[in-house]
Design a protein around this ligand. Structure first.
Ligand code: ADP
Ligand code: MG
Length: 336
């Protein structure tokens, strides 16, 4: 019998989503992008996204502090709002929690949520609470807004567009590897873990990029660029070239990878949970967008590849074509 394991998370979504995608009323966008879109007023649309974190599957309570877990639960949702070029307005928290949980843990968990909610001007407006026997389950939904004409989708990229990312890739994947291997926590590893446990949603980066019509598509890197670029390829009907030498990696990840003999390219491509943004930009406008972005943020916008019309993902290293076997995180699949 074929099971979910055989089709994977994306196969699962594909399987049912066709029945819900069309016809949607004017102005609505459903399954398939980082957020759903609903009409709001003449100028703005509403963005809605939801993400779930389950104990042992997404976090280990003895490795992540309750403060960090609260922060991260909200951050992963804000990242999806950033990916559309929007800003957050409100959040709803549903939590399944064992009765033995200490009040100290709970207070710290909510401090983590409050910290990021205040920083991002997100209002926690409601949720639901239920008792569970064992594993903690956390689901946050965030509602955001965006000016109608500024919204960025996964479709819109075309051949010749440059692929850019807004931050280092692989830190979070490196942290996971360090935690799984129980490595001694050096300053570098602490740095990686910080990115893994408290990813900064790239809301400002998303806002700047979305203000340009010449930015043709955008998403947040949650599963690793190797996997996530396929969303843009599929929805835009294009291919892509990624130049592995150009992928930005932190010095902390470089040093730790050398020390422990890790494959840094694989971690940077497939590690997941970096929560920076990946966008495509019309080549002739790249410099203009880069100049404004870099002036405002004093940080580079990294070019890592180019959109093609091949329909395929091609990876290059030292000007040579290379292939990858692993494909980032894909829940349910055994080879993911
Ligand atoms: P992201 O990583 O940006 O959160 P996902 O890859 O999780 O996006 O999901 C891709 C799309 O599928 C999104 O539009 C999401 O809303 C939708 N989706 C995922 N799971 C479900 C589900 N169980 N029911 C309906 N839509 C879903
Ligand atoms: Mg996303």
């Amino acid at each position: 019998m074929t099971t979910l394991k055989d089709i994977g998370e994306f196969g699962f979504i594909k399987r049912f989503s066709e029945n819900f995608k069309a016809p949607l009323p004017e102005g609505f966008e459903g399954i398939g992008d980082d957020c759903a879109v609903m009409p709001f007023n003449d100028r703005e649309v509403m963005l809605i996204t939801t993400d779930m974190l389950i104990e042992k599957q997404h976090f280990l309570p003895d490795k992540i502090s309750p403060f960090e877990l609260g922060y991260k639960s909200l951050a992963v949702n804000l990242s999806d709002i950033a990916a559309m070029g929007g800003y957050p307005v409100s959040a709803f928290l549903s939590i399944g929690i064992p009765p033995e949980t200490t009040l100290e843990w709970l207070d710290d968990f909510f401090k983590g949520i409050k910290h990021l909610a205040d920083n991002s001007k997100t209002l926690l407006l409601g949720g639901d609470t239920t008792k569970v026997n064992q594993s903690i389950a956390i689901n946050i939904a965030v509602i955001g807004r965006c000016q109608k004409h500024l919204i960025k989708k996964r479709r819109g990229a075309s051949a010749g567009d440059v692929i850019v990312v807004t931050g280092y890739l692989g830190d979070s994947g490196g942290a996971l590897q360090a935690l799984n291997q129980n490595l001694t926590v050096t300053d570098d590893i602490q740095n990686l873990i910080q990115h893994h446990h408290m990813p900064k949603p790239h809301l400002v980066e998303g806002k700047i990029l979305s203000s340009y019509r010449e930015v043709t598509s955008m998403l947040d890197v949650s599963d690793g660029i190797y996997s996530d670029i396929h969303h843009i390829m599929e929805q835009s009907g294009v291919g892509a070239k990624i130049f592995i030498d150009q992928i930005p990696v932190s010095s902390a990840l470089q040093r730790t990878s050398v020390k422990h003999n890790w494959d840094i390219d694989e971690i940077a491509l497939t590690g997941g949970e970096d929560y920076c943004l990946l966008a495509t930009i019309k080549k002739q406008f790249l410099q203009k967008v880069k100049d404004v972005y870099e002036n405002l943020l004093s940080r580079p916008l990294f070019e890592i590849g180019e959109i093609t019309n091949t329909g395929q993902l091609e990876l290059f290293k030292d000007d040579k074509r290379v292939t990858m076997t692993k494909t980032g995180f894909d829940h349910f699949r055994t080879d993911g």
